[in-house]
Write a protein that binds this ligand. Sequence first.
Ligand code: NAD
Ligand code: TYD
Length: 361
Amino acid sequence: MNRSATNEPVLVTGGAGFIGSNFVLQWVRAGGAAINLDLETYAGNPANLNELNGNPRHLLIRGDICDAMLVRSLLAQHQPCAVIHFAAESHVDRSIVSPGEFIRTNVQGTFTLLEEAKAYWQALGESRRDQFRFLHVSTDEVYGSLAPDDPAFTETTPYAPNSPYAASKAASDHLVRAYFHTYGLPALTTNCSNNYGPLQFPEKLIPLVILHALEGKPLPVYGDGANVRDWLFVGDHCSAIRTVLEHGRLGETYNIGGNSERKNIEVVRAICALLDELQPAASKHEELITFVKDRPGHDRRYAINAEKIRSELGWQPSVSFEQGLRQTVEWYLANQAWVENIRTGAYREWIQRNYEKREGK
Ligand code: NAD
Ligand code: TYD
């Protein structure tokens, strides 16, 4: 079944956030229909979906995944063929400052969705029940931190979450696993590495550095800048999710990664070099790099072994890190109106809260 070629919608949660909105745009452009449930927290931005204004194949509903009655009524009313669950509190630094919201949305919210999806799925007729899927979008951070020479995370790497964010996502992964094993809910889980690309809220490393550099502000690099992340362009993450949705084996988890391990300092320097070329300033952007106090419990290295999704489902990334980073920098340069809208009170407040005590090391 190609779910993006039918009139049956999917229920997307968190589809006004970074990855969710990229997914919804890709999905509807491909001919699919989506009901989009999003609380529109500081990270949820309906403007990400402006292209779909007036499009009958997309409906954005402002609401909470912890609201069981709302979730139940949306499932009953729209009869989706799948739930694709992105909604989460997603920023590690915020989870260190205020973990409670992470437990509520990521754990309680996922539990609520699972309960409602189970009841809905159990009541479907046989053929629609066979087609139904619950796809849970998770992270590689559940596996903990790697030493420099450790092999990359596979789907059987033991869970060892280190931040409140990672722990809350690990808990949600375990709940999804339990609903498959206990109730047979046709669930799939994806564990993806760090994403970057258009529409990312500028609290995460790449958009934060782009915007600070454009403003001539210090570029804050935590610790020694040698922490490693494995970067994936967001459009490739979305195509991987679509592949797993259509062809993944029920109850399985799939790691998704970009084969692009980079030290943070390399990423920041690459952004500076692109800006020197695309938007030259009086001095080199690199001069703005400032090493600041490290994140507590900062995981040293993440790396994904994406062999399972490649060999079983034929998916691999289509964009190299260099191409994707250039596209991303160009997108932020071309979308200054989006950037200005984002600079709300909530954004300014966070920048002040997270960085004022980090200045210097
Ligand atoms: P994001 O923070 O940009 O977006 C999260 C969205 O969820 C926002 O639109 C927000 O309004 C919504 N939301 C939050 N609480 C909600 C609630 N209670 N009810 C309904 N909606 C709610 O996050 P993102 O970067 O797009 O990440 C999406 C998913 O992908 C998350 O589950 C995250 O764990 C996972 N993930 C992210 C990355 C990454 O690098 N960003 C990598 C791997 C996995
Ligand atoms: P981030 O984008 O927050 O993603 P995650 O913590 O989920 O990997 O951070 C990516 C890396 O960049 C991480 O090692 C922390 C580092 N970092 C900085 O050095 N400076 C910053 O201002 C931010 C936000 C992150």
